[in-house]
Design a protein around this ligand. Sequence first.
Ligand code: GLN
Length: 472
Amino acid sequence: MNLTIDELHKLYASGDARPSEITQAVFARIEQTNNRLNAFLTVNKDAALRQAAAADADIKAALQTKPLAGIPVAVKDNLCTTGIRTTCGSRILGNYLPPYTATAVAKLEAAGAILVGKTNLDEFAMGSSNENSAFGPVRNPVNEDYVPGGSSGGSAVAVAADLCSVSLGSDTGGSIRQPASFCGVVGLKPTYGRVSRYGLVAFASSLDQIGPFGKNVKDVARTLGVIAGRDRYDATSANESVSDYVGALTGDIKGLRIGVPPECFGEGLDAEVKTSVEAAIKKLQERGAEVVEITLPHSKYVVAVYYLIATAEASSNLARFDGVRYGLRAEEARTLSEMYQQSRDQGFGAEVKRRIMLGTFALSSGYYDAYYEKAQRVRQMLCNDFAKAFQKCDLIATPTAPTPAFKLGEKVNDPLAMYLDDIFTVTINLVGVPAISVPCGVSSNGLPIGLQLIGNHFDEARLLNAAYAYES
Ligand code: GLN
């Protein structure tokens, strides 16, 4: 299960392995490790084994037409799956069975993938450590005393611990890239609108985007090619044509201009992360890229802006969980408003409540101008900073996170410290551009470090190729 898609496909083509054997091996591994790692909330064993057995028969033909034929995949448990429990890591949706499947998941299945299960996450994707799940934290397979990052921690761990080949996460402010960096795998947040959000339970609709985790850049490129594209069920999905992302991986980056913003290499950055990321940028230079200095002058506001806009949108999106339409309903309530209050009180965890209150406050009359509207203005200034930077460079390089993974429990009681961990990732969602995290080293205590490469809107092909050149 440490094999890449190409390697598995070679085994299928030669007849040395069949999808059902690989899928059985996956479940054996999940059964061995999941009680410690807690990466999966639901396993889809019976259906997956049935699907795999059906795939065995014509796998050689399928390899010609289906890019993910016989490939075991896992998806974050905020992606709806017909008839498979979708919890969002929350008690309020503890027994929720969606009546439809998210477009991205349906596309994986149409491409031949085998869905092995639904992965653990911070409740409603709110968090940076996976400690906010109502179903317990996920552990980092590199060192189980450490967090895997969040909020797509389960999806990152599923790939890192060889419990699937590729997985899907969602990224509102770093939730794919930061856990990828903490677990030593590749993770991509596509351009806003590149992948349909239909069937992704909304956290902050103007920031949310679905993207893949993989063991290498090529697997991520291939999976993006499968899930990308316009979807009539998501009006914000873009009508841009989908490039051949795998074909774009030439490794040739001669003349590529890489912008390095000094704002991302200053105070608060762990010394080992700094050294690794700078060395990675050197490597890109050795392969023919040119480094240019750029500036992102509004960087110091990004965490504040993100935590106003994301919480404002979340407070609105989460109003639908009222005990009437979905999931948990408080039993003891005597009146309608008691029912709302008690259902939400019992159903939501502390971090979700904190965000609903922050967001409601930021949107309230009298404070709207001072907080929400001001945050939107600064968001536009950040967009302008990036537009200016992309006149001088093709890609931007920064660390993915300011530190390697931290210990379980280390930051749970200090939300502000936790929020600051998102300093290099949230900007990307506010601006809507794509970014990838690729492993670029390990700290002295053996924890992975990630390099973040950022592209211009819809420039995933070039972004993936640069990541591939570095990885090679
Ligand atoms: N860590 C950020 C937050 O807590 C981002 C989460 C995400 O991308 N879903 O909001």
